[in-house]
Ligand binder design. Structure first.
Ligand SMILES: Cc1ncc(COP(=O)(O)O)c(C=O)c1O
Length: 391
């Protein structure tokens, strides 16, 4: 009897995924602000700017019409066409719109991708450090995330050689790549990405390319895996370049044979993606000039930090290639980046995310700064960190 009652209260084992530590930093920052402190927020990975005006206007006009119904499960056809056209504009690539699947953010895309590609127990390689939900979603779905350590020699990217070495030890079913990457902000060039994809596909390892930070590339243009393989599954989103995090809208480019399986999954899991967000997303493509101005702001922020942080004492960081992250080595100051971040927040009122969120192995040495705020905030952050570290 007791056992049965206990079962009614117990969550499933697969729900036991670790929390996102950045949320704890946000809560601590909110406490400081509630007592009158002014915190510079560099912890959360989201743009400070709103969605393009074109997107907001389209959503307002759709809302004024009244009824917001379901849409086609794979997305409104005109949006899928527009996304396919984007591949022509951005990469000179002709894509069949039938391969585009509109998703609830890229987060919704990961669930569909992992469910349609992998069986429970399948092993999926991930670069370490990396975006934590990759491993947590895989774990929740019964797959095994396999962390492969990256290093400065390869610009903190996975190589084909490393992937094959891991595969020889124990068979891999998939690999997730991201360029630009979170938390490092580093990118893979065309050679590195094609080497990884060729190595993976030669062994039947499925490739998932998270391209959410495409458009936010400063060092060199980002390469889409769609131009290198028709079998790779591409995940993207309106959250970052188009500043639409809260709209929860993204997309995938899937291989032909996955369109129907993904459609069946999405029919059952979501029916369709929020209609208003789809309408806004389509119009967002007309707001590129506004978004390019936002991007130039990030470039300026990047310059302020890459020049200012070394003078403030933080002179070791990874190449700041793309996205809006700078991943700094703080081991000179602390052997625990969580303590470093906590003290920086409490004493300098600058919030950043400790590396342990992204890297269970060496995260204690790193802190991630998000530079998606204003240039004034970046300058103020640099001077606060300078004062704090030289106190
Ligand atoms: C690398 C990466 N992928 C995916 C996501 C999820 O974004 P969304 O679900 O808003 O598209 C994020 C969010 O920070 C990210 O950094």
């Amino acid at each position: 009897m007791l056992d049965k009652a206990k079962r009614l209260l117990e969550p499933s084992r697969r729900s036991e995924v670790p929390p996102f530590i950045v949320m704890d930093v946000m809560a601590a920052a909110a406490r400081i602000e509630a007592s009158g402190g002014h915190v510079i927020h560099m912890e959360v990975g989201q743009p400070a700017a709103p969605a393009p005006a074109t997107a907001i206007a389209a959503a307002q006009s759709a809302l004024a019409q009244g009824r917001i119904g379901y849409t086609e499960c794979l997305g409104i056809p005109s949006l899928r066409n527009r996304i396919a056209r984007h591949y022509g504009d951005a990469y000179g690539l002709s894509l069949d719109p039938a391969r585009i699947v509109v998703t609830t953010g890229s987060s919704g895309g990961f669930i569909l991708a992992f469910l349609s590609l992998f069986e429970p127990g399948d092993r999926v390689a991930l670069a370490n450090p990396g975006y934590p939900p990759y491993r947590h979603i895989l774990t929740a779905l019964g797959c095994e995330p396999v962390l492969i350590e990256t290093s400065p020699q390869t610009r903190w990217a996975l190589t084909g050689e490393q992937l094959l070495a891991a595969h020889r030890k124990k068979s891999l079913a998939g690999v997730v790549v991201a360029s630009p990457a979170n938390p490092t902000g580093t990118m893979m060039n065309a050679d590195a990405l094609s080497d990884l994809i060729a190595s993976a596909e030669g062994e039947g390892i499925r490739v998932i390319s998270d391209e959410i930070y495409h458009g936010l590339d400063y060092a060199f243009p980002a390469v889409t895996a769609a131009s290198l393989s028709e079998r790779a599954l591409i995940i993207n989103s309106f959250s970052k370049y188009f500043c639409m995090t809260g709209w929860r809208i993204g997309w995938m480019v899937v291989p032909d044979n996955l369109v129907r399986p993904v459609e069946r999954l999405q029919q059952n899991l979501a029916i369709s993606v929020p209609t208003l967000s789809q309408v806004a997303a389509q119009a967002a493509f007309d707001g590129r000039a506004e978004m390019e101005a936002v991007k130039h702001g990030y470039e300026e922020n990047r310059r302020i930090l890459t020049e200012g942080l070394p003078k403030a004492g933080l002179d070791k960081f990874l190449p700041v290639d793309g996205a809006f992250y700078l991943y700094a080595d703080v081991s000179r100051f602390s052997n625990d980046s969580a303590v470093f971040a906590k003290q920086m927040l409490e004493q300098a009122h600058v919030a950043a995310t400790p590396g342990v969120d992204f890297d269970p192995l060496h995260g204690r040495d790193y802190v991630r700064f998000c530079y998606a705020g204003s240039a004034d905030e970046m300058r103020e952050a640099v001077s606060r960190i300078h004062r704090w570290l030289s106190r």
